[in-house]
Design a protein. Structure first.
Length: 234
């Protein structure tokens, strides 16, 4: 009897030791989108979407300081980091990102030139593993009508190889357009990523459905998406 109790206790200890890392697993990740860093004081488009490019640098710094204080493991920047693909502003963002001890993960947006993006990241699609979470960055910046972006077949095949149950996906364009429709060019991607949380920007508003979260602009984060209209490009 005594031997049986000891064995049961050992089994409990071993089970606890096995599941403890799983219980503690998980990274503290923050997301921002659409900084549009540049010299303009205000940018407004035909749908009334407003961002403040000249405030992007100071807001980015403030967010990093806050994330450092909260012990955030990574800040994911979801594209349109600069307003006009400016290498000058890309360098400023890169230099600020190095100062506060928070890992910054960069995504390219349709307002970022390849040259400016290469200043902050030497890869356009890649993954980073942090505390049991795999952050998969995709490049959706191929130019399509209405600026919907897309994920090409090369990336989809790569995604199939690297995606895991503990993954999240970060990309600039969501798989939903500015009218609330689902472009056919995202059909295969949506199937591959159907069980994985996806974080995107681009729409300049906040929105959530199923596995998709759209993050609003850093300098104007209050607007919720109200779909409808002319499918204006952002």
């Amino acid at each position: 009897m005594r031997k049986s109790k000891i064995l049961n206790l050992l089994e409990i200890i071993l089970l606890f030791a096995f599941f403890l890392p799983l219980a503690c697993r998980g990274a503290n990740i923050d997301f921002i989108a659409d900084m549009h860093a540049g010299k303009w004081k205000r940018r407004i488009d035909s749908r009334g979407s407003i961002v403040y490019p000249a405030r992007a640098i100071i807001e980015f710094r403030r967010r990093l300081i806050n994330d450092a204080n909260r012990k955030v493991d990574a800040l994911v920047v979801l594209g349109d980091n600069t307003q006009d693909g400016s290498k000058k502003y890309a360098r400023r963002l890169r230099d600020i990102a190095k100062r506060y001890g928070v890992k910054v993960i960069w995504v390219e947006g349709n307002h970022d030139s390849d040259d400016s993006f290469s200043i902050v990241s030497f890869r356009k699609y890649y993954f980073v593993d942090i505390k049991g979470t795999r952050i998969i960055v995709l490049d959706s910046t191929e130019k399509f009508p209405k600026s919907t972006g897309w994920i090409d077949s090369e990336q989809i095949q790569w995604l199939k190889k690297v995606i895991t149950s503990n993954s999240i996906i970060a990309m600039h364009h969501p798989y939903i357009d500015s009218n609330g429709n689902y472009p056919n060019i995202y059909s295969e991607f949506r199937q591959v990523a159907k069980d994985i949380p996806i974080y995107a920007g681009h729409l300049h508003c906040s929105y959530r459905e199923n596995n998709l979260t759209v993050i609003p602009p850093l300098t104007n984060p209050v607007k919720e998406c109200g779909f409808g209209g002319n499918g204006v490009s952002y």
